[in-house]
Structure formats: C-alpha cells, structure tokens
Design a protein around this ligand. Structure first.
Ligand code: PXP
Length: 242
C-alpha cells in the first residue's frame, strides 16, 4: 500500500504573507493526520521562507505518524536535522530564486558531499531518501551513497500535455522503480501530483510513498484540510488496487 505524506509548507507560506501566527503548520499536521495522512512532510529551507526552526521543533512534538524533513545538504541544515531527528530526511536541491524545488538532486555529481551527510543521518537511525530524476545513474548513485530510499521527481509526468509525453514519462518512472527496487531501495514519488493526475502514477507497481503538497493545500481552502487529505488518500488507495 502506498503511504501519503502531506507537505504542509504552503500553510506556513500563508502565515508568512502577514508574518503573523496563523495558520499554524502544527494545526495543519493534526488535521492532515485526522484525514488519514500517513506522514507529514516539511522543507526547512536555508532562507526560512515558510517553515522556520520553531515549526520544525513543534512538528517533531505533534506528528505521531512519520515526520519527513526535506532539506539541502548544507552543513547548518544537516546539523539541525541531526538535533531534530525526524523519522526521514529527504535530500533535495535548493536554489534561492526558485518558487519550489525544481528537478532532482544530482547525486552522482555530488556524491562526495552527499555521502558523509547520509552517513551521519543514518548513524542516528534516520531514514534517508534522495529526491532525484527518474534516471538509472541517479538511482544507483543514491544507493551507492547509502540512501535507504529515493523519491522520484514526477515533474516531467505532471507537466506532460500529450498522451505520448505522458506515456513516456510513466515509462521512465516505471524503469526507475525497477532499478531502485533491485538496488534494495524504497521508492517514493513527488512533485506536481494532483487530484486529476495521481491515479496513473499510483497504478504503477512498486511505489511505497507519495509526498504531495500544493494540490492538497489548494483544495483545503474550499473543503478543509482533513477532507482534502481524505479525498487524495482515497484516490491513491483505489488506484493502487491491482
Ligand atoms: N517532494 C519534494 C521533494 C518536494 O520538494 C516537493 C515540493 O516541496 C513535493 C514533494 C511536493 O510537491 P507538490 O507541492 O508539487 O505536491
């Protein structure tokens, strides 16, 4: 069964629009879990544009499912992760000018920097996942540096507009899943998944976790977060029944 990790960064983004105390991402975590989320995901960015250090500490206290911290491999952030001890760290590329994470981490090029960070996190029993493009060399490099999981970037699939492009993106994901599982990795997916495109990805065999943020938080404005999570979870579960 595929687990659903709900990314709550956007809740903090709304709060930061007024630099106030509401809405609180910790409340969002509680509501998402009541809606059936199997985990809560947040990204502590180096510029702290949405989630801040206080949020990370409170989330660690209130998340009773699985806490997944998305993070750059920058040393100060790694130090925070080591102190916080989330259940899982997902290593992502980070550029200050981007709106959201664009594409995957180039693990094969950055292996010398990624490997010691992974080792330090793993030593504390933290699961480590690398957010990568669905390419065999990135998958194998992630296994080589000691990751226990990979999160395949689904952006190419999400942005594909023609049936042919969609099929090609799904085939690329399918091959990467196979390579990942053969290398002994858990295989997650994320980026750009929505209520209308999630089922084709959930129908592929071999994924263990999806991390979804924007679409769920967008819908929550109208139906509430608990209901938005419930609806996404139902879509994933029904598509995953082979
Ligand atoms: N997974 C990772 C690694 C991400 O960086 C993001 C975006 O923060 C997501 C999943 C969620 O993507 P989206 O907000 O498009 O659902």
């Amino acid at each position: 069964m595929i687990r659903l990790g709900v990314n709550i960064d956007h809740v903090a983004t709304v709060r930061q629009a007024r630099r106030t105390y509401e809405p609180d991402p910790a409340w969002a975590a509680a509501e998402a879990q009541l809606g059936g989320a199997d985990g809560i995901t947040f990204h502590l960015r180096e510029d702290r544009r949405h989630i801040n250090d206080r949020d990370a500490a409170v989330l660690k206290e209130v998340v009773s499912t699985k806490l997944n911290m998305e993070m750059a491999i920058a040393r100060p952030i790694v130090e925070i992760a080591l102190r916080l001890r989330p259940d899982q760290c997902t290593l992502v590329p980070e550029r200050r000018e981007e709106l959201t994470t664009e594409g995957g981490l180039n693990v094969s090029r950055l292996a010398r920097r990624v490997k010691p960070a992974v080792a330090r996190l793993r030593r504390l029993g933290i699961e480590v996942s690398a957010f990568i493009e669905p390419d065999a060399d990135q998958v194998l490099a992630s296994a080589d540096v000691g990751c226990t999981a990979i999160e395949l970037w689904t952006g190419q699939y999400a942005h594909a507009r023609t049936p042919r492009a969609i099929k090609a993106a799904l085939n690329r994901l399918e091959t990467a899943i196979e390579v990942g599982r053969e290398a002994g990795l858990l295989v997650h997916a994320g980026h750009g998944l929505t209520y209308t495109n999630v089922q084709a990805v959930a129908a592929l065999e071999g994924f263990t976790e999806f991390n979804i943020g924007h679409s769920i938080v967008a819908r929550s404005v109208f139906v509430g977060l608990r209901e938005a999570v419930r609806e996404m979870k139902a879509l994933i579960v029904s598509a995953g029944k082979h």
